[in-house]
Write a protein that binds this ligand. Structure first.
Ligand SMILES: [Zn+2]
Length: 247
């Protein structure tokens, strides 16, 4: 039996200017780390979002074509609340994203376009803390993002990208994984928490399909309780946790 990890989390490095968040679905960032994003954009840092899919298979009562358009719109609104205006969709198919060279190439291309020092992604492991099974989309995109941080810097891996004018970028210094069951670092959630609630609320159609609770009460309770739980390992400060991989 493994003991619960109670090691204190370290502050996430803040000597960087550009971050790129790469996740599978609209709402993946809002369910965890948008409070950190709000604090970063407040500080004048640039953050861009790349979504592998448009989340078109996410709502049972909506056909994918309608749902994808709606969720892209909600994602753009949600990003704007925390100061993010660059939002891109890679057009992979929701629910059946395949891990492999095509996905790594698309993410490496995004990294070359945005040239971030910090890359953010979502839990790439099989489970959420060993208690709930993760989705194959999160696993595929998380793993491919960790890989693409290196792919982006190697001009021989996807030479076709350079032919499209995307020169290699070997400047990614860290990949920070949100929602990991093995977090190492954290960011103070307090300055951005209220905007994180409103950012999550922009996914209103999705939330209303998910729960009968009042959407705002649902969003606030979810984000606050997560931030407080992380705070137990961050000096009592409500926080957003990340597992940090340095390069
Ligand atoms: Zn997701």
């Amino acid at each position: 039996m493994t003991e619960p990890n109670t090691t204190e989390l370290q502050p996430l490095p803040d000597d960087w200017q550009r971050a790129l968040a790469v996740v599978a679905h609209p709402d993946d960032l809002e369910y965890g780390c948008s409070a950190a994003v709000a604090a970063w954009t407040d500080a004048g840092r640039e953050v861009a979002y790349v979504l592998a899919t448009s989340g078109e298979a996410g709502i049972d009562t909506l056909d994918p074509a309608t749902c994808g358009r709606l969720r892209e719109r909600e994602q753009r609104a949600s990003a704007a609340v925390v100061g993010v205006t660059a939002v891109e969709f890679l057009g992979h198919r929701d629910g059946v994203i395949e891990y492999g060279p095509a996905l790594r190439r698309d993410i490496a291309a995004a990294i070359r376009r945005h040239r971030p020092e910090l890359v953010i992604t979502l839990n790439h492991r099989d489970t959420w803390g060993g208690v709930a099974w993760n989705t194959p989309d999160h696993v595929a995109v998380g793993r491919a993002t960790l890989d693409a941080a290196s792919d982006a810097g190697n001009r021989w891996i996807f030479p076709e990208l350079a032919e499209q004018g995307l020169q290699s970028w070997n400047g990614v210094r860290w990949v920070a994984v949100a929602g990991s069951s093995r977090p190492t670092h954290a960011v103070d959630a307090r300055p951005g928490l209220e905007r994180a609630v409103y950012s999550l609320l922009e996914h209103r159609t999705y939330i209303e399909a998910l729960t009968d609770q009042d959407p705002e009460a649902y969003a606030r309770a979810f984000l606050t309780s997560n931030a407080e739980a992380t705070g137990e390992r961050f000096g009592g400060t409500p926080a957003v946790a990340f597992e940090l991989f340095s390069r």
